[in-house]
Design a binder for this molecule. Structure first.
Ligand code: FAD
Ligand code: SF4
Length: 470
């Protein structure tokens, strides 16, 4: 047994095949190509089937990882996906975009001496297998309870609430402000990381289970929360995300061709700007692009600019590589695609040409001081180190805040100082009876899986309320 164990620990992780960087930097096709059946089974066989699986502790929704991995090792893919579905309704999405390196894979025992199990790649494999070759069979929906729930926002938290409540027999309607459902999964995360078709297929499954969808419905403007109750809804879940862009507030930020990442990615993704001239979405295509920030949103913006034809794309970040908030894999992919990193560099002002278009950016070099309230070392400008970077397009990706449209439309919903909704951590209940909230509108911009976890908690609580009362 000891010998077997050490062989597994030493066995290298099965690599994920990917499009070559020089090819993919000019197309919007997905970068990782997915495991073959043989590679998935071989990878699953590396799992030690730990009695106390540390990986599960690292998963915010507690997926039975050794359970589904064992089923893949046995080539029982239909059962493997069913096992995941009991805890996670969006496995094809999570397998692609969850930060596994700091969650399940970060805890995996194999990682102590060698490489952790490729849990995300396996989750993706089995979800894709089910979508393309599986039975297409959905879990049975119980008898209708006759209770109606409105879910506002169709991102991962809203979709999770909707899926869980449909599975309890409730009548669920999803209200979405955009013309298309999926939230950040469709308008933020680009096609080359998460193909839209995958999100559409997960949502289609919910529709087959009875979900009603009302797009172009801006709750707080076109309809209020009280009107939803008057219309016969028994409970409401708010999952409207944190889509309000933040800016640098430096001189010149209003010049032409300076975008918020939110606008830039929405035009490129949801409005299909990348398929010009087939789709005539106005979107400036810079040749010399700077992206301000170093999170996933910044990496997505930089990689999108490269695919739209830029000759040079630079990420400008005021801290060092160690503090970059983006996933390690995204930084690695961006660098492979030729994106340059200007670290310890802070923009001071944008400079425009005679036509009011941005043409360069003045920056100052930084050094790191003592840690600030976020625990990260505070960047301090180095006096006299100013320099200028030429650019014809700039994308500001320095975070996002709470969108006030819905939250400010109802004074009974209490907010935090930063404008997020106050919701009970154990239940998701807000201060307005019959109303729950979760995801980024409660936590600030976080992750897909945390938004889903909040949705699951709220769905449990809503179900109890519909069954036994507030
Ligand atoms: P959202 O996904 O924001 O969905 C909210 C929905 O509500 C939207 O569709 C919005 O249009 C709708 N809405 C807003 N107001 C109203 C209204 N008044 N009425 C009706 N509908 C309304 N996380 C990861 O885990 N991994 C990643 O790799 C990753 N990459 C990211 C890349 C980008 C570019 C961005 C922006 C985020 C990324 N994230 C990533 C974060 C993750 O996407 C979010 O944490 C998650 O989507 C939050 O889910 P949500 O359901 O709370 O909100
Ligand atoms: Fe398998 Fe790693 Fe989880 Fe152990 S910790 S059960 S090896 S995935």
């Amino acid at each position: 047994m000891a010998e077997k164990t050490s062989k597994k620990e030493k066995a290298p992780r099965n690599p994920m095949p990917e499009q070559a960087p020089e090819v993919r930097r000019r197309n919007f096709d997905e970068v990782p190509l997915g495991y073959s059946r043989d590679a998935a089974v071989a990878e699953a066989q590396r799992c030690m089937q730990c009695k106390k699986p540390a990986c599960v502790n690292g998963c915010p929704v507690g997926v039975d990882i050794p359970g589904f991995v064992k089923l893949i090792a046995e080539e029982n893919f239909d059962e493997a996906i069913r096992k995941i579905w009991t805890q996670n309704s969006l496995p094809a999405v999570c397998g692609r975009v969850c930060p596994q390196e700091i969650q399940c894979e970060g805890e995996c025992i194999l990682g102590k001496k060698g490489e952790p199990l490729a849990i995300g790649n396996l989750e993706r494999f089995v979800a894709d297998y089910e979508r393309t070759r599986g039975s297409g069979e959905l879990p049975p929906v119980p008898e209708p309870t006759g209770r109606k729930v409105a879910v506002i926002g169709s991102g991962p938290s809203g979709l999770t609430v909707a899926g869980d409540l449909l599975m309890k027999g409730h009548d669920v309607t999803l209200f979405e402000a955009f013309h298309k459902t999926g939230g950040v999964l469709v308008y933020g995360i680009p096609e080359f990381r998460l193909p839209k078709e995958i999100v559409a297929s997960e949502i289609h499954s919910l529709e087959r289970m009875g979900l009603k969808i009302d797009c172009d419905a801006v709750v707080g403007k076109t309809v209020t929360l009280d009107e939803l109750f008057e219309d016969g809804f028994d409970a409401v879940y708010i999952g409207v995300g944190a889509g309000l862009p933040k800016f640098l507030n430096i001189p010149g930020e209003n010049l032409i061709n300076i975008y918020s990442a939110n606008e830039y990615l929405t035009r490129a993704n949801l409005m299909k700007g990348y398929r010009f001239p087939e789709y005539d979405t106005p979107l400036a295509k810079g040749r010399n692009v700077v992206v301000l920030g170093a999170g996933n949103v910044a990496m997505d913006s930089a990689r999108t600019a490269m695919r739209l034809g830029a000759e040079k794309v630079r990420i400008v970040y005021r801290r060092s590589r160690d503090e970059m908030p983006a996933r390690a894999a995204e930084i690695h992919h961006a660098e492979e695609e030729g994106i340059e990193m200007y670290l310890l560099t802070n923009p001071v002002r944008f400079i425009g040409d005679d036509n009011g278009r941005v043409c360069s950016m003045e920056c100052v070099q930084m050094e790191l001081g003592e840690p600030d309230e976020s625990g990260r070392r505070r960047p301090i400008p180095i006096e006299g180190s100013e320099f200028t970077l030429d650019c014809d397009l700039a994308v500001v990706a320095v975070g996002a805040g709470a969108n006030p449209v819905l939250t400010q439309s109802d004074p009974e919903i209490a907010l935090t100082k930063r404008g997020y909704i106050q919701a009970d951590e154990e239940t998701g209940k807000t201060t307005k009876p019959g109303v729950w909230a979760g995801g980024d509108i409660v936590t600030g911009q976080a992750t897909v899986i945390l938004a889903m976890g909040a949705g699951r908690t709220a769905a449990d609580s809503i179900h109890k309320y519909l069954t036994w009362g507030w």
